[in-house]
Design a protein around this ligand. Structure first.
Ligand code: AMP
Length: 188
């Protein structure tokens, strides 16, 4: 049973690594960013509300995210484990997740923090913007997202570390080397 939370700044490689590790462990990769991007592409009610915040590089309000995560983690395919990527993003979401996981009796294994210096992140995100055409990977939005990360999400590192639930991995290495480090963690 694998239940992991991936934490790290935008551009740390969470998505790439989470996809690989979720395949390896045969558990669903649950990315709130992917769910939101699909909702925006389909112009659902959620998508229409989320789009504005995403394009600004800001967090989508919790009330749009919490119900969605609850439903996703209670789905049948999540009973065998999961890998969370992009959630939680702030202390309120982490507190909500704690309560939800204890309610459904699904404790997580650990939080994996992908550590990458700022200069590397900005360069990577600008590159991704060119390659994938993501509308939130422009230079101004990237700076906002990094600031939002630092103010809202980074406090979760201490939150989980103080509970001895955090494992940090140096994300400033090749994709393959990071994958190997992650494999060791999930196979431990
Ligand atoms: P990501 O693909 O995880 O970088 O997410 C892209 C964008 O989706 C973020 O910049 C936020 O606007 C939004 N988003 C994704 N996950 C969350 C979340 N857990 N809470 C609030 N907003 C989110």
């Amino acid at each position: 049973m694998t239940r992991l939370i991936f934490l790290g700044p935008p551009g740390a490689g969470k998505g790439t690594q989470a996809k690989y590790i979720s395949d390896l462990c045969s558990v669903p990769h649950i990315s709130t960013g992917d769910i939101l991007r699909a909702a925006v592409a389909d112009q659902t009610e959620l998508g229409k509300k989320a789009e504005f915040y995403m394009n600004a590089g800001d967090l989508v309000p919790d009330e749009l995210i919490l119900g969605l995560i609850r439903e996703r983690l209670m789905a049948d395919d999540a009973k065998a484990g999961w890998l969370l990527d992009g959630f939680p993003r702030n202390v309120e979401q982490a507190t909500f997740l704690d309560a939800l996981l204890s309610e459904i009796q699904q404790p997580f294994d650990c939080v994996v923090n992908l550590d990458v210096p700022d200069e590397v992140i900005v360069a990577r995100l600008i590159q991704r913007g060119h390659e994938q055409g993501r509308s939130d990977d422009t230079e101004a939005t990237i700076r906002t997202r990094l600031q939002v990360y630092r103010e809202r999400t980074e406090p979760l590192i201490d939150f989980y570390r103080s509970r001895q639930q955090l494992v940090s991995v140096d994300g400033n290495q090749t994709i393959e080397v990071v994958t190997e480090a992650l494999k060791k963690i999930v196979q431990a």
